[in-house]
Ligand binder design. Structure first.
Ligand code: SAH
Ligand code: F3S
Length: 455
């Protein structure tokens, strides 16, 4: 009988949350989570295939884990997530020591699959990668959350967009929305439990529609969740620029609970490239959307994703991306070199750029962005007070760190509990993080200086 499990997660926030669901399912059948693979008798690797590197990383990690089978003959290895979905049976031929492959739609079936394996005692391996036909994902009875103050909540899964570079529609399937009632019940429950932040998740989160009432859209859900009494911060990821309607922008403009940070993945600044990518917007339409956020009544920090070196990207196209980055002034950015993925439309395009050229472009882009971030941090944060949600102990092991509503990391001396809020004066900024001092401490020091300390 399997008792102890360990889950390792690669990839995006949806994967992180899928692992929380898996942990819930396993705990539900009486298993306990352990702190290292060595202590476990079930090792699960939740994988990512969005770029080739991530998929390769999976095989090398499995190779390391395999060794444990030598010392523990009952040790089981399972692969979950996008690579599991994509490779299915083929994964077992490449890594024959893998006992279980569970695709993105079959997570809920994990307890039954384990039961079958246990009953057969070392019998046949299990591969479950069917796509469910249902319109809504299967509800998971219990979720074990990784942190005690931010609750991830799935509102939709899958993607209908088919950007020509992206594997996600093939690994996650078509859009499936969760009923609004299920989302609201979960959201109210986590707030009752003391969570102060909610992160709504979906591959194109803002294309959400209630499967029971298609007129109930993302804007409606967002405003209902944001209004839950006791909830302090609401985030969502990842939206698609095309799917932001005026209703959702006005909800964001009105509801203070929604964090002042919106992720707007642009991918490229060049119209011919955006068209080849099938992003369904032009540079001009994207910039109009940026303007709408700038004028929505609150100050919103924008972040983005950019791919450099997409097939057919000429130097002039790349310059268009740099000029867009200069124009928008994003507060943060994730940048990637284009990586050809199986099944995608772009895999059939001719003329993948040389690796050195992709490297040159990504370095130029990152250099530009670093300068922008440093300048924005100086202008918008240095010398100002920010409300910080404390997350834990900083990397130095001494200070605390937390996040502003704009998702900036701030390190500061203190011993505040994770999940509490504190006002921090920003005293130093770098391109990626900031340093501050708690306002209450500064005030205490000032009082001490003004009146002296009487003993
Ligand atoms: N649904 C989300 C996540 C998509 S994958 C969204 O629309 O933002 C996350 C990011 O990975 C994408 O925004 C894109 O910038 C990058 N990405 C996706 N496929 C890629 C590929 N083949 N090569 C390089 N980067 C890629
Ligand atoms: Fe991928 Fe485009 Fe969907 S980036 S997840 S196909 S919106």
């Amino acid at each position: 009988m399997l008792q102890r499990f360990y889950i390792e997660t690669f990839g995006c926030q949806m994967n992180e949350h899928d692992s929380e669901k898996v942990a819930g399912l396993l705990a539900h059948r009486g298993m306990v989570a352990v702190n290292s693979p060595e202590e476990a008798d079930l090792f699960l690797l939740n994988t990512c295939s969005v770029r080739e590197k991530a998929a390769q990383k999976m095989y090398s990690r499995l190779g390391e884990i395999k060794k444990q089978k030598g010392t523990n003959p009952n040790f089981l290895i399972g692969v979950l997530g996008c690579v599991a979905q994509q490779e299915g049976e083929a994964l077992i031929s490449k890594a024959p020591f893998v006992d279980l492959v569970v695709g993105t739609h079959m997570v809920h079936a994990l307890p039954d699959l384990l039961e079958e394996i246990e009953q057969e005692r070392g019998g046949r391996r299990r591969v479950a990668t069917d796509f469910m036909e249902s319109t809504a994902p299967v509800e998971i009875p219990q979720v074990i959350r990784q942190n005690s103050f931010r609750a991830n909540i799935t509102i939709m899964e899958g993607c209908n967009k088919h950007c020509s570079f992206c594997i996600v529609p093939y690994t996650r399937g078509r859009e499936r929305n969760r009923p609004a009632k299920a989302v609201m019940d979960e959201a109210r429950r986590v707030v009752d439990q003391g969570f102060v932040e909610i992160l709504l998740l979906g591959q194109t989160v803002n294309s959400y529609k209630d499967p029971h009432n298609r007129r109930f859209k993302f804007a409606d859900l967002l405003s209902e969740v944001a209004a839950i009494p006791g909830l302090r911060r609401l985030r969502f990821t990842s939206p698609h620029p095309r799917e932001f309607d005026d209703d959702s922008i006005s909800v964001i403009g009105e509801m203070e609970t929604i964090c002042n940070q919106i992720h707007l993945p642009v991918q490229s600044g060049s119209n011919p490239i955006l068209k080849r990518m099938r992003r369904q917007y032009t540079r001009e339409r994207y910039l109009e959307l940026v303007d709408k956020f700038r004028n929505c009544g609150r100050s919103i920090a924008l972040s983005t994703d950019i791919i450099v070196g997409f097939i057919g990207e000429k130097e002039a196209d790349f310059q268009e991306t740099l000029s867009l980055v200069e124009e928008v002034q994003f507060e943060s950015m994730f940048s990637f070199k284009y990586s050809p993925r199986p099944e995608t439309e772009a895999q059939n395009f001719e003329g993948d750029l040389p690796e050195e050229e992709k490297t040159r472009r990504i370095m130029a882009l990152q250099r530009l962005q670093k300068g922008i971030q440093l300048r924005l941090h100086r202008q918008r944060y240095l010398g100002r007070c920010r409300n910080v949600l404390v997350e834990g102990t900083a990397r130095d092991g001494v200070r605390r760190y937390g996040r502003t509503t704009t998702n900036k990391i701030v390190n500061f001396p203190g011993n505040d509990q994770p999940g509490t809020f504190t006002e921090v004066l920003i005293t130093d900024v770098g391109p990626n993080s900031m340093v501050g001092q708690k306002l209450e401490e500064i005030e205490q020091n000032q009082r001490k200086q003004a009146y002296g300390t009487r003993i």
